[in-house]
Design a binder for this molecule. Sequence first.
Ligand code: HEM
Length: 215
Amino acid sequence: MRSRRSATSLVSQSSLLHLLALLPLVLLLWDVAWGNLSANPYQDLLKRTGSDAMILLLLSLAATPVFIITGFKEARKMRKVLGLYAFLYTAIHVFVYVGLDYAWDWGLIGNEILTKPAPKAGAAAFIILLLLTITSTKGWQKRLKKNWIRLHKWVYVAGVLIMLHFIWVQKSDITRPLLWTALLLLLLSVRIPVIRRWFSQRRSRRITARQRISP
Ligand code: HEM
C-alpha cells in the first residue's frame, strides 16, 4: 500500500516538474502569438530564453546540494530532467540568435563569436551542454564508463561560462548576473569535500536524534 502511494506521489512530482519546466515556453509562445513582445522582439526572446535556460541549469545543479543538505533523494532524480530542459531553452535561445536575429548569416555570426567575448562564452557553453545532452543516455553512460563522470563534470565549466556570458551581454548594471553568479558559487561550494562532509555529518546526527526521540 505504502509503495503504491509513494509511486503515485513520484509520478505526480515528475508531472509537476514537467509542467513547471514547460510553463515559461507556453507563456513565451502565448506572448508571441498575441503580439505581446516589445518593439525589439528578438531581444525579448533572447533575454527570456537565456534566463530560463540559466535558471533551469542552476536548478539542475542545485539537486545534489539539496540532497547533501536535506537527504531528499527525489532531488537527485530531477537533476537529469532539469538539465535536459535547460538544453531545450538553450537550443531555442541559440536558434533565435542564429536563425531569427542573424538570419543564418554564418559569416556575420562567426565574426561575432570570434571577436566578442559574450557570444564566445555563450557558444562554448552551448557546445558543452550539447555534448552533455547527447551523452546523457544510459547507453552513453555504459560506453564511456568512468569518462562519463569526467565529461559530465564539465557542467560546472558551462555554469561559469554562462555567468561570464550573462555579465558580458549587459550594457551597464551587472548586479543581476553577479547575484546569479554568487548563487552558482554557493551551489558549487557544497560539493567541496570538506563542506560536503560537514553537511552529511549534520544530516546523520539529525537522523540519529530523531530516531532516539521516536524509536
Ligand atoms: C552561441 C551561443 C549563444 C549566443 C550567440 C547567445 C547570445 C545572446 C545574446 C545576443 C544575448 C543578449 C540579449 C540582449 O540583452 O540584447 C544573450 C543573453 C543571455 N544569454 Fe545567451 N547566447 C548564447 C548561449 C547562451 C547559453 C548557452 C546560455 C545559458 C544556458 C545563455 C544565457 C543567456 C542569458 C542568461 C542572457 C541574459 C538574459 C537577460 O538579460 O536576462 N546564452 N545571449
